[in-house]
Write a protein of this length. Structure first.
Length: 138
């Protein structure tokens, strides 16, 4: 996560005010892809270690022996980059842009009850589904 924050911050730097929203989102998406590039070998070793039950030192050696260094350690890089780009793009790019645009609206005197209602709506909307799933599981 720290790698994603650092990469996204580095990619967002610079530019003029007119491209700030696009730069925020693009920088965050790029930060997610760079983070995936750096973390994929470790995730690959972790998953293979869980599946095979081998030691921390033996697992990367087995991966390299079976699939080669780059092909083995970077298996799944494309999907990992896509996953992290979407996640970090939304979390560090889209959310701050949407939040800053939402703050420009004037506040009304009934804003607090509306915020409280918005917090309860998702739970109320999924309550029927949750209850049905619990009954089916029992």
């Amino acid at each position: 996560m720290a790698l994603q924050f650092a990469a996204a911050g580095r990619m967002k730097a610079g530019g003029d005010a007119s491209s700030s929203a696009a730069r925020e989102i693009a920088g965050a998406v790029g930060g997610g892809a760079v983070g995936a590039l750096l973390v994929t070998p470790f995730e690959c070793v972790m998953v293979q270690q869980q599946l095979l039950g081998t030691s921390l030192l033996q697992t990367p050696l087995d991966i390299v022996r079976r699939h080669g260094a780059l092909d083995g350690l970077y298996r799944g890089l494309g999907l990992a980059a896509l996953r992290d780009s979407i996640y970090v793009g939304c979390m560090l790019g889209l959310t701050p842009v949407a939040r800053s645009r939402g703050e420009t609206r004037p506040r009304t005197r009934h804003a607090a009850p509306r915020r409280a209602l918005r917090a309860v709506e998702p739970a109320a909307a999924t309550r029927g589904c949750d209850a049905r799933l619990r009954r089916e599981a029992a």
